[in-house]
Design a binder for this molecule. Sequence first.
Ligand SMILES: [Zn+2]
Length: 355
Amino acid sequence: MQHSGLRRIGFLLFVVMAFSSISLAKEENGRFLIGDMSVASGEMRSGYLPVPEKNGIETSIPITVVNGSKPGKVLALVAGVHGYEYPPILSLYRLKNKIDPAELSGTLILVHIANLQSFQKRIIYYNPNDWKNLNRVFPGDPEGTISQRVAHVLKQEVVDRCDFLIDMHCGDGNEALIPYTYWMISGNKNLDELSKKMALAFGIKYIIIDQSRTKDLSDSKYLGNTAVLFEKPAITTESGYLGKTDEESIVRNTKGILSVMRLLKMIEGEPDMVPEPVWIDKYEVIYSDGDGLFYPLTDMGYYVKKGETVGYLTDYLGNVIREYRSPFTGILLYIIDTPPTNKGEPLFEVGSILE
Ligand SMILES: [Zn+2]
């Protein structure tokens, strides 16, 4: 009696574990449902996630789903949260041509251009309809402005449907930036360990140990942070700069994704883990406190000393308004490298390297 009872519990545990290893989003005989798309096992399908209209403004989000013929994890790859950040966007179109659903274990969700309206109008940071930064309005609001509605669709259809997420960024059209990855710390040890492995597998040597993100589920602000807060291991990557489409930045993204897919056993082979990561345990973004022109005095990737002048701001008449100094000794992760600047916008980011 006891033995058969134990056996029954053992069997139930086995069933629970077997199912929990396969994403809940796999429904109806292995079909993957997202938006109004239904993708059969072993099929690749592209389409749009509609973002509902309000006050005459609507948009959609171009996606591709690759539903592997073998069971496995669901990995979401999101590009174009900022529409002027091109290498991640281009890398996903390349990836689409490389992946064979018959060989894939699990499912890939490729979000090609999350912020399509910014991309169409070639706008940095903001959506041209509400002038909000999509990566500050998560988890979004179905009744809000267009950026909030885009965020809501991404939260419901992508964050909630995936097991792992990579939010892929780069220096925006005005930002000279060296490649780096944000490893966002949630406080949940197992989750943080998985995110750390993803960061190492992505292959970029500079990794920020990011303790600074809000823990507020109702105002999670950033896409990567939203995924982490909803217990999906996630990283935010930065590869590319100044609106360029350079081969090196594109390849860094595609190689990183394939390596993370190997880590998650979605394709065969071993991941290429960063052999000697450079950990950054503190970072600070310095913001402009006026409108005008920014003049950088040093370049991305350079080391700056505490108190060293990094750049200065002038008004539109050419008068110097103020100088900006580094708050501590560290590496310049990015710096604005085109003249226009506005009050409250970033000028540069310094990272302190963990000894
Ligand atoms: Zn970005």
